[in-house]
Design a protein around this ligand. Structure first.
Ligand SMILES: [Zn+2]
Length: 138
């Protein structure tokens, strides 16, 4: 016996919040920003609106100057090598707390400095996939 039915799922809305909005506005311009807690002396990536340590509201956003590959894995997708890595940001010589899991250059090794390769400006939507992948910074 076969049963068929239809389920209506309401549209899902994820509010980005203040920090997400600032991140989106900046990445559209090609700039990745981190938020800063002066009290704890920590940069957060992706930026957060509040410090998870002291709960201060964060209003200081700074461009991430470089990215460091922390770890990576390479997957074989039907013969094509696709590498995913965990990258942290560097702002003012300090490593960000948090980072991104994203596509990276398969030749990059942990500890290397990477740079984001962004989609053309007219194709950016203010989301993390505006970054196509992280390339070696040489
Ligand atoms: Zn704090």
């Amino acid at each position: 016996m076969e049963y068929r039915f239809k389920v209506d799922v309401p549209g899902y809305i994820y509010p980005t919040g203040r920090a997400g909005k600032i991140f989106a506005e900046n990445i559209k311009k090609g700039v990745v920003v981190a938020s800063r807690c002066d009290e704890c002396r920590v940069y957060f990536l992706p930026p957060t609106a509040y410090c998870p340590h002291c709960f201060n509201e964060l209003r200081d956003y700074s461009p991430v100057e470089a990215f460091i590959l922390v770890a990576k894995t390479v997957l074989d997708r039907g013969g094509e090598k696709v590498a995913y890595g965990y990258v942290k940001g560097i702002v003012g010589g300090e490593e960000t707390q948090g980072g991104f899991i994203h596509r990276v250059d398969p030749e990059a090794e942990p500890g290397e400095v990477l740079k984001p390769v962004l989609k053309p400006e007219e194709e950016r939507r203010g989301i993390i996939t505006d970054i196509e992948f992280f390339a070696k910074a040489d």
